[in-house]
Design a protein around this ligand. Structure first.
Ligand code: GAL
Ligand code: ZN
Length: 674
């Protein structure tokens, strides 16, 4: 049974012996009933214990307004339940059927340019559509009433990846909803005018009715309008989730509710800090970026961020691919051993289950070349065997279920800052939000140091080292939190293009980095972005690109200055003593060696020891239970065998680690520590 203590609602917790969930999306409506028999038999053979059913079943469950057909789903759920396979039941509202948008074409979404998006793909609905919301609520209630106390129902799954294809809708229905949202936020239209800085370019509104979504315009749009529209859009999608969740809680009390997040580098439309407060279980979908040979690093970052959303864990990996996906330009198959490594990466970073998209590779449709646990070639296949091996490993390490991860280092992360950082007309298109966050995460990981992801307004004083990458927009509360952390003894690092604006995207005047001038003890007169490909050298031998600044010290000391570039002799890396701690600043984009070097200095100052000393490409992480029992995870992504300091029992190989464990190239170890 899937066990977690997230929100403490999962019925299984504390009953059955802990098991890490294993399974995936199951789409039986795509197959004749004979295949269902084989599905259940093979699920049992593979050790599947949790399947997500009904995600895209709306058209099969409601064939016309209020005309519901549940017999086939009764049959499927009955088979699964008799076989003891747990069910994550979708509310089936992810993709409205063609009859609905034929009846109500006004529910179809619209792009920024005013193009309608038609049915034929999926998620063809405007998130603000009252029609969509009404029909979705009806279907959700029907399902809750029919299956709400079904044996084996472990989880409710609202919609699917809300916002995957329709996060931003610019139609008239959305325009009306946006105005309501703005009225609630600002009250009076002049408050909106102030916040949006509409004195600029004759944009002043005299009535909310004149306000539109940020549709394609003749010149750069209003940045605060864009920012507020993103906030509104995230809230609208979340409202769809909350509406269904409330029905499920009412009709099917005691069964936890989730919706699958998309914490990944290419999706940024949802403020998942806000969403995480509304789910009973944090679940995430994660797919590797095939073009990136080191994509496991992005996975590690996302898994840590998902755990941050889950308050330290545990959480559930709702989807990943058993091998290739279908939607990237080149869909690279997983290499032998990669399935296990990826899955254990997620578990090592707090996941209490690994589910795949999908159980059986589809025969028709746009995803027919997407891998499944049961490939087109059947079960005499490497993918099947590796999936079965994963189940065995998950069973061998099942005792980690319910344990959490807490580190001494935090990276501050904020979707609002991401949106704001990448708005139009900024000093350099080469400044992107994830860049420094990923770089710092990588340097820490290579140093064998675990890291949590935190919201800027969290209490950060429990960390010894707090890293603040590219936090372009920041609230006063967040500034106070960082100051308090430094004064209390933490080491804080801020990187360039942070603290520049307030939450309305208005410059914090008096010199950059506005909000962080006092914390950092310096003042920046002017940004000095570099040309594409241009580099600058630092006095300590490090190299940087993209960015430099004309910086004056005001209490801080210079640790390195520029040797060349637009500001020779000007400080590039600084340190400021603040209370019992310190605040460091990196005013340029350090290359990998520089970033590693800076992180090493920060770790030394903050007195943070590694979990273990490892070569690059080997991950070490630690999960800890309430009673203090801990587990050391080692994932070896390299082509070399490695030896890692460890004391305890390797649960995977069932061998003692007396001082060290040796992990073969491409393999993993999970040590129950003594
Ligand atoms: C996810 C989605 C699944 C499937 C999968 C393919 O985004 O939730 O339904 O489409 O991608 O990788
Ligand atoms: Zn719309």
């Amino acid at each position: 049974m899937f066990s977690t203590r997230v929100r403490g609602r999962l019925p299984s917790a504390g009953q059955a012996p802990a098991r890490l969930a294993f399974g995936g999306d199951y789409n039986p409506e795509q197959w004749p009933a004979e295949v269902w028999d084989e599905d259940v038999r093979l699920m049992l053979e593979a050790g599947v214990d949790l399947v997500t059913v009904g995600v895209f079943s709306w058209a099969h469950l409601e064939v016309g307004p209020g005309d519901y057909r549940f017999a086939w789903l009764d049959d499927v759920l009955g088979r699964l339940t008799s076989a003891g396979i747990g069910i994550d039941l979708a509310t089936a509202t992810a993709s409205p059927p063609p009859w609905l948008s034929t009846l109500h074409p006004e529910m179809l979404p619209m792009t920024r340019e005013g193009t309608r998006l038609w049915p034929g793909g999926r998620q063809a609905f405007c998130p603000s559509s009252p029609i969509y919301r009404t029909y979705a609520a009806h279907l959700c209630r029907q399902l809750a009433e029919r299956y709400g106390d079904l044996d084996g129902l472990q989880l409710w799954h609202v919609g699917n990846e809300l916002g995957c294809h329709n996060a931003l809708c610019f139609c008239d229905v959305s325009a009306t909803a946006f105005r309501e949202w703005l009225r609630a936020r600002y009250g009076a239209v002049d408050a909106l005018n102030d916040a949006w800085g509409t004195a600029f370019w004759s944009q002043r509104y005299t009535d909310f009715e004149q306000v539109l979504p940020p549709r394609s315009a003749a010149a750069s749009g209003n940045p605060t309008q864009e920012l507020d529209f993103r906030r509104f859009s995230s809230d609208e999608l979340l409202a769809n989730y909350v509406a269904e969740r409330d029905i499920l809680h009412e009709v099917s009390p005691g069964v936890p509710v989730t919706t699958n997040f998309m914490v990944t580098e290419h999706i940024r439309e949802m403020d998942y800090w806000a969403w995480a407060r509304e789910v009973d279980v944090v679940s995430n979908d994660h797919y590797l970026v095939a073009a990136d040979p080191d994509s496991y690093r992005e996975l590690a970052f996302c898994a840590d961020l998902t755990r941050g959303l889950a308050g330290g864990g545990p959480w559930l990996l709702m989807e990943t691919s058993p091998s290739a996906v279908n939607w990237q330009p080149r869909n690279i198959a997983r290499r032998p051993g990669e399935l296990l490594r990826s899955a254990i990466q997620h578990v090592s970073r707090g996941a209490d289950g690994v589910l795949f998209f999908q159980w059986r590779a589809a025969r028709a449709g746009a995803e027919k070349f997407h891998a499944g646990i049961v490939p087109h070639a059947g079960t005499d296949t490497r993918v099947w065997r590796e999936a079965v091996e994963l189940r065995q490993v998950l069973d061998a390490v099942a005792e980690v279920a319910g344990s959490v991860v807490h580190n001494h280092v935090a990276i501050v992360f904020d979707w609002h800052a991401w949106w704001a950082c990448e708005l139009d007309s900024h000093p350099s298109v080469d400044v992107t939000y994830l860049d420094r966050a990923h770089a710092l995460h990588r340097s820490l990981t290579d140093a064998g140091v675990g890291v949590d992801l935190a919201h800027p307004e969290d209490d950060l004083s429990r960390y010894d080292l707090v890293l603040v990458p590219t936090l372009y927009s920041v609230t006063d509360t967040a500034v106070d939190r960082l100051l308090a952390a430094a004064e209390g003894g933490a080491t804080v690092l801020v990187t360039y293009f942070s603290g520049i604006v307030d939450e309305h995207d208005h410059i914090r005047l008096g010199g950059y980095p506005g909000a962080f001038r006092d914390l950092l003890g310096l003042r920046v007169e002017e940004f000095l972005p570099l040309r594409l490909g241009e580099t600058v050298e630092l006095s300590n031998g490090w190299t940087a690109d993209v960015w430099a600044e004309d910086l004056r010290l005001a209490g801080a000391e210079a640790l390195a200055t520029y040797v060349d570039g637009p500001a020779p002799g000007v400080p590039a890396i600084t340190r400021h003593t603040v209370g019992d701690g310190s605040a460091w600043y990196a005013a340029c984009r350090l290359d990998r060696a520089g970033c590693d070097g800076l992180v090493a200095m920060l770790l030394a100052e903050a007195d943070v020891a590694p979990i273990a000393v490892v070569p690059p490409g080997v991950e070490v992480t630690r999960r800890t239970a309430d009673d203090g029992q801990s587990w050391l995870f080692v994932v070896n992504h390299t082509d070399e065998d490695v030896v890692v300091e460890a004391h305890g029992l390797d649960l995977v190989e069932d061998r003692q680690a007396e001082g060290h464990v040796s992990v073969d190239a491409g393999r993993i170890a999970v040590i129950r520590e003594m």
